[in-house]
Design a binder for this molecule. Structure first.
Ligand code: IVH
Length: 656
């Protein structure tokens, strides 16, 4: 078994890391199956890092948080050669002489830390906010190019490696095709697909996704002298990691610009996405000496590529109705490859943009795909002598429900908020979400089915669902159907604030909903409040009160609210909380949060009695660090101030 393990792992390495297999797939399968058979027969002899253990295991209920061994910083980046010139000059000046730079591709995947103890993979953590990330070890173990055990003779006692999880383009297209065939949503790009796969709770799903890991940074290696990045890469390769291709060193600006030019020219021949090149001072002591700015190390930067553009023809223009009722004109294109991804739709944003660009059906257009952004139509490519179609006009009625549209600024909206099938799905999900009625089991998929099969026509309809109806839906069985019905019925009594939040009134998030409930005490009082009465609530200004009134004054909307309210047994408004959960605490927010805007986060903290301040000092109680947090996070770590993730913050608010 030990021999088989070695052989399988070796072939696995040659295939996935070196890209140079030395046996046929059939031979590999034979060895693998033989090992599996023996392990089944002698389970006591199965080891945790056996190559058969890459298939995933029992699902987790949540992903645990872990601190990184060394914070994972992000890079300054620019598309402008002038910025690279400045960077180069600054470093020449600071270090004197001709420092050597290491040049690498900037891999466009999901960043990850891998931790090895005595040569064994013990932990894999997503980048998260750079200090703390999510533990995704079980998922990462399923990636064939991740060594479960380091190669070489004496591995360091503790090793922390940074790398990028990638989905190769060919595999990405295949996966998307499979998803579409199964009637599921395809991924927008390989990075999202990789990041999604890594954050699965069920590692067996990750195991089915074609992922690769490319390692580029030794974050920490106990007892190993790593003096330059080059040496680091050499070590990584020796330990059995796949490392970036075509790494070079250079001193002069010209060489750097040339490297960027060459990589950009070859970008479309690669089977994975790179979005630029990374330039780093190779000598790690020198890099240390250069220190860091508020966000990034000074001795490294990313020199990004231009977003990709292509020319193609518009076959048709259609309109898509979003969750908020906004109608977006969408160009259906002759399929075109934009950097390895086939694009057949692109957004034209809204009525005014469409008119400004004067793009019509049949026109030749330039489109752009920039990272994760939905492809956009940039401009029309003139074709002298070409006879054009008439200008496209957005329909006068919503294509999903037939309601006459309403024009609002550049946008065209369907005002049938609760009745329009295109909007109802999202509204149901929001109504059942954690901060609102918290109905377990009412997710995207279910809401979609309820609307498509016409089982629910508005929010009130939820309360009339029968278990038998649900049982007939794909993905439901007797138990899950009963559970959902019970979960819905249990919410006939709900806190007023949650109910108001669940209505999805524009501008009214959980905090404003709580303020409204606390101030007016009953639903009727809120529904009938005059603009002046609304503005008497602290935090509600004229703009917000107008948005609220417009929403509530729409007759269909009002009827839909009355209908659902009549299903509720009680809507309770508890007395306003005094000493909130964060009473007297000083909090600093830094970096991007996922669940809140900065303003909302501030409101929520204040509603719980916290004081939100902008700079970190010893007196700060908590620093809530989101993605790409910078100097404030560094300062907090330096001063020993408690750093919270967004999840921790939610827990403090009593929501996680
Ligand atoms: S070095 C302190 N090298 O790009 C330097 N980063 O903000 C740390 N990335 O999410 C990063 N390829 O994960 C480095 N060859 C490469 C990279 C790379 C991709 C990612 C990194 C981070 C982002 C930079």
């Amino acid at each position: 078994m030990a021999e088989l393990r070695l052989a399988v792992e070796e072939h696995n390495y040659r295939y996935h890391v070196l890209d140079k297999p030395t046996v046929s797939d059939a031979e590999f399968d034979r060895l693998f199956r033989r090992l599996q058979e023996l392990e089944e027969r002698y389970p006591a002899l199965r080891t945790p890092d056996s190559p058969t253990q890459r298939v995933g295991s029992e699902p987790l209920s949540t992903l645990p948080n872990f601190d990184h061994v060394v914070p994972m910083r992000s890079l300054d980046s620019s598309q402008e050669p002038a910025d690279v010139k400045r960077f180069h000059e600054r470093i020449m000046k600071a270090l004197g002489g001709d420092p050597e730079f290491i040049l690498e591709p900037k891999l466009d995947g999901a960043s990850l830390e891998l931790v090895y103890e005595d040569g064994h993979l013990v932990r894999a953590v997503t980048r998260g906010n750079g200090v703390t990330g999510e533990g995704v070890t079980e998922n990462v173990r399923t990636i064939p190019s991740v060594p479960l055990k380091l190669r070489g003779t004496t591995p360091p006692a503790l090793l922390s490696v940074r790398g990028e999880v990638m989905m190769f383009l060919s595999a990405f297209e295949e996966l998307n095709q499979r998803l579409v065939e199964r009637g599921e949503e395809p991924f927008v790009n390989p990075r999202n697909a990789a990041a999604g796969a890594i954050r699965q709770l069920d590692s067996r799903i990750t195991a089915e996704r074609p992922l690769h890991l490319i390692a580029y940074d030794v974050l920490h290696a106990e007892g190993v002298a790593v003096e330059t990045d080059r040496q680091g890469l050499k070590w990584l390769a020796e330990w059995g990691f796949r490392v970036p291709d075509r790494v070079e060193t250079a001193s002069s600006l010209d060489e750097i610009l040339d490297y960027h030019r060459r990589y950009e020219a070859d970008r479309d021949t690669l089977d994975y996405e790179i979005d630029g090149v990374v330039i780093k001072v190779d000598d790690l002591d020198a890099r240390e000496q250069l220190g860091s700015t508020s966000h990034h190390p000074r001795g490294a930067m990313a020199f990004k590529f231009e977003p990709r553009k292509e020319i193609t023809r518009i076959d048709r223009i259609v309109v898509s109705v979003g969750r908020t009722g906004a109608m977006t004109p969408v160009a259906l294109l002759r399929p075109v490859e934009v950097g390895g991804v086939t694009v057949s739709r692109a957004t034209l944003h809204n009525r005014e943009e469409l008119a400004r660009k004067d793009v019509r059906e049949g026109d030749l257009v330039r489109i752009q795909r920039a990272g994760d952004v939905i492809p956009q139509v940039l401009e029309r490519v003139p074709e002298p002598g070409h006879k054009r179609h008439a200008a496209y006009a957005l329909p006068a009625a919503c294509p999903a429900c037939g309601t006459p549209v309403v024009l609002k600024g550049p946008f065209t909206l369907c005002p049938n908020r609760f009745g329009c099938p295109a909007q109802l799905k999202g509204r149901l999900v929001h109504f059942g979400s954690r901060g609102a009625l918290d109905i377990e089991g009412l997710g995207e998929e279910t809401a979609k089915l309820l609307v498509e099969r016409e089982l629910v026509h508005d929010l009130a309809g939820l309360f009339h669902l029968q278990a038998q109806q649900l049982e007939a839906l794909p993905g439901f069985a007797e138990k899950s159907a009963n559970n959902l019905v019970d979960a819905i019925q249990a919410r006939r009594s709900t806190e007023l604030a949650r109910f108001v939040h669940g209505l999805g009134i524009p501008e009214v998030g959980a905090t404003v909903a709580r303020d409204l409930a606390g101030h007016f005490r009953t639903l009727d009082a809120i529904l009938d409040a005059t603009p002046e009465a609304l503005e008497a609530v602290p935090g509600i200004g004229p703009k917000m009160s107008e948005a609220i009134r417009t929403f509530l004054d729409e007759p269909r909307t009002r009827r839909a609210i009355d209908r659902v309210a009549s299903e509720m047994r009680t809507l309770t408004a508890p007395a306003a909380v005094k000493g909130g959960a964060l009473s007297g605490k000083k909090i600093v927010f830094t970096g991007g949060l996922e669940r809140f805007s900065r303003e909302e986060a501030k409101e929520r903290a204040e509603a719980e009695g916290a004081k939100v301040v902008s700079s970190v000092s010893k007196a700060t109680d908590y620093v809530v660090a989101g993605s790409d947090a910078g100097s404030k996070l560094d300062k907090a770590t330096e001063l020993g101030v408690r750093v919270l993730t967004e999840e921790d913050f939610l827990t403090l608010l009593g929501e996680a």
